[in-house]
Design a protein around this ligand. Structure first.
Ligand code: M6R
Length: 608
């Protein structure tokens, strides 16, 4: 969704630094971009363009970009169409602002300001904050007070960055939206962003302010950053972390797309995860989590993370026998769930910034139950809000379609299940589990090496009308995830279905234009095969993903993707999932879509 980057420091290249930060945030999804900066004559300059960042860069060509202070934004439209006027920053003669989130009472504020003679240039809710702060400034309030008083009047979750041309300073504040700032004490630079990834390699120290803390960037001064409460007293309500300067910006390298690269990273990440939790820094966390004894678990998440939650549920119920519900985070708080003592809330997320997942966590926290995240981004809002956290260690995931995060979420959930069961205290059980992880990594390696055969199947089927992904038991979540992947990046209709449910309605859709990607595990083999027969009888095209060397399955299928299931046991669904990732990737490639940044999607959904 929207991206924020602000720079205050001695470099005269602040515009370039901000543009580079925005480029790194492109993966989050956006539809317009803009920058505001104070030029060498102390004048505020403002440029913004609908469309890709390249449009903005084109607009900036030939302009004098020497500036020490700059703020920039990539917008994902909510209020008002995708136009130059609606792009951020929004500015007037005394201020420029950028905004992520939604101002729920914007109409009311606009009406009030218009009655005072204020004129609005855009259709956005964001401009109401610009004019509110400006109104206070014009009435003589100092900048900090003007920001604080205006922010108190804003309803909804938002993050704002304010550039004050009079002093050239930058201020930021947020409620329920991501915001991070970072400093480099050697170069005296201070930056602010919606995502630490934009600051990688520039700053040594990161600060994650809590809600309603005003951040004041004053690069070049003794304190590069200062924090204030809304009553303007100094505060320490922030989390500070050393930034790992070895965190580099992810490059595609030899791969055509980030998605393909991320699919290929999975075996190594699985090995690293085992190492981290069995022999590295993560051991202590897992031991601590092993002391929890939940009576009932609620897992809440969105999209792919919710499907990973279903896989984790099967571990927790199958292995630990702990009753576990998986809840779509966007629905959870609207159905008045019964949360009681001994319940445990687990929140699965790649970004740790998904608005609905955060709201579900907040509901659990308020009801007094313990909360735990299974999350990728260390220091994210979800990470900070939960009582404890299990990092999935997937590294930066750039592809909007989540791949490696799913695998790591499910496997981290498996480690959590082992911790709950006390298995990590038993050396034999530990060795057995790490052996399974190693075997999974090895099988995925082999599958990736033979991915041309999957590409051939993708080429044969990518133009069909629709796709049913079917699976039973532990493969049902994999069917759901497979269909989601295809929809997201190939823009074709696909549905994940429990194999046995098809004849209760959707079978009416089967004809020679429909493909069934049938996930056929060795367990439940016969039952799944009879479901395939039903589709075959109605002329559906069968792509079976099943045990190698099975002639019956091969004969029944139009296309057959053989796999080696033996020894993988409960981890086998994650192996099958990689077939689905590759199928979706290659089908999208044959269709020629924008695989890493599919239309209409944002990497991190920070609004409800
Ligand atoms: O960052 P999160 O894991 O919380 O994001 C949740 C979903 O928005 C995300 O998984 C989405 O469904 C992906 N685009 C799926 O590929």
């Amino acid at each position: 969704m929207c991206g924020i980057v602000g720079y205050f420091g001695p470099s005269q290249n602040s515009v370039e630094i901000v543009l580079e930060g925005l480029k790194r945030l492109e993966y989050r999804g956006y539809d317009s971009a803009g920058v505001s900066f104070i030029d060498e004559h102390n004048e505020l300059q403002n440029y913004k363009k609908a469309g890709k960042l390249d449009n903005l860069k084109e607009e900036l060509k030939g302009k004098n970009l020497i500036a020490r202070t700059c703020i920039g934004h990539t917008r994902w439209a909510t209020h008002g169409g995708v136009t130059d006027e609606n792009a951020h920053p929004h500015h007037n003669d005394i201020l420029s602002i950028i905004h992520n989130g939604i101002i729920e009472n914007a109409n009311e504020l606009k009406k009030e300001l218009m009655s005072q003679g204020v004129k609005f240039k855009s259709e956005t809710d964001s401009e109401s904050f610009l004019e509110l702060v400006s109104f206070e400034l014009r009435n003589g309030k100092p900048i900090l007070e003007a920001i604080s008083d205006s922010f108190r009047r804003i309803h909804g979750n938002s993050a704002f960055v304010v550039l004050y041309p009079k002093t050239g300073e930058i201020f930021a504040i947020k409620r329920g939206a991501p915001l991070v700032c970072g400093i480099n004490e050697i170069t005296s630079e201070a930056l602010v962003s919606s995502d630490p990834y934009a600051l990688a390699g520039i700053v040594h120290k990161l600060y994650f302010p809590e809600d309603e803390v005003i951040v004041h960037l004053s690069g070049g001064n003794k304190n590069l950053v200062n924090f204030y409460e809304l009553d303007l007293t100094k505060t320490t309500r922030y989390l500070s972390k050393k930034q790992d300067m070895t965190v580099t910006v992810s490059e595609k390298g030899e791969y055509e797309h980030f998605m393909l690269k991320e699919i290929h990273e999975q075996p190594e990440l699985i090995r690293n995860l085992t190492q981290y939790y069995f022999a590295g820094e993560g051991r202590e966390t897992l031991e601590r989590i092993g002391h929890f004894s939940p009576k009932r678990i609620y897992i809440s998440a969105c999209g792919t993370a919710a499907y990973a939650g279903l896989v984790v549920r099967d571990f927790l119920e199958g292995i630990n026998r702990i009753p576990t519900n998986v809840e779509l985070a966007s629905e959870f708080r609207y159905r008045n769930p019964i949360l009681s003592e001994g319940d445990f809330g687990i929140f699965v997320s790649q970004s740790g910034e998904t608005a609905d997942t955060l709201a579900a966590q907040s509901l659990c926290k308020k009801s007094g139950i313990k909360t735990l995240s299974i999350v990728n981004v260390d220091g994210s809002t979800l990470f900070r809000e939960c009582d404890d956290n299990l990092l999935i260690r997937a590294g930066v995931e750039i592809g909007v379609a989540s791949t490696k995060a799913f695998t790591q979420q499910a496997l981290t959930g498996r480690l959590m299940s082992a911790a709950f069961a006390g298995d990590l205290k038993d050396e034999n059980k530990k060795v057995a589990l790490s052996g399974k992880f190693a075997l999974l990594a090895e099988r995925i390696d082999k599958l990736l090496a033979a991915s041309d055969s999957i590409k051939t199947v993708a080429e044969a089927i990518y133009n069909y009308k629709g796709f049913f992904y079917t699976g039973r038991g532990a493969y049902f979540p994999i069917a759901l995830e497979g269909a989601l992947k295809l929809k997201e990046i190939a823009y074709v209709h696909a549905e994940g279905y429990a194999s046995g449910e098809l004849k209760h309605g959707p079978i009416a859709l089967i004809d020679e234009e429909m493909v069934n990607i049938a996930l056929v595990a060795p367990d439940l083999f016969e039952k799944t095969v009879s479901n395939i027969q039903e589709i075959k009888a109605r002329k559906g095209v069968i792509v079976s993903v099943g045990p190698r060397g099975n002639q019956e399955l091969q004969a029944l299928s139009d296309y057959y993707i053989p796999l080696d299931f033996d020894g993988l046991e409960e981890l086998a669904p994650l192996y099958v999932n990689v077939v689905n990732q590759l199928l979706a990737y290659y089908m999208a490639k044959f269709k020629g879509t924008d695989i890493d940044k599919p239309r209409n999607l944002a990497k991190s959904v920070t609004v409800e």
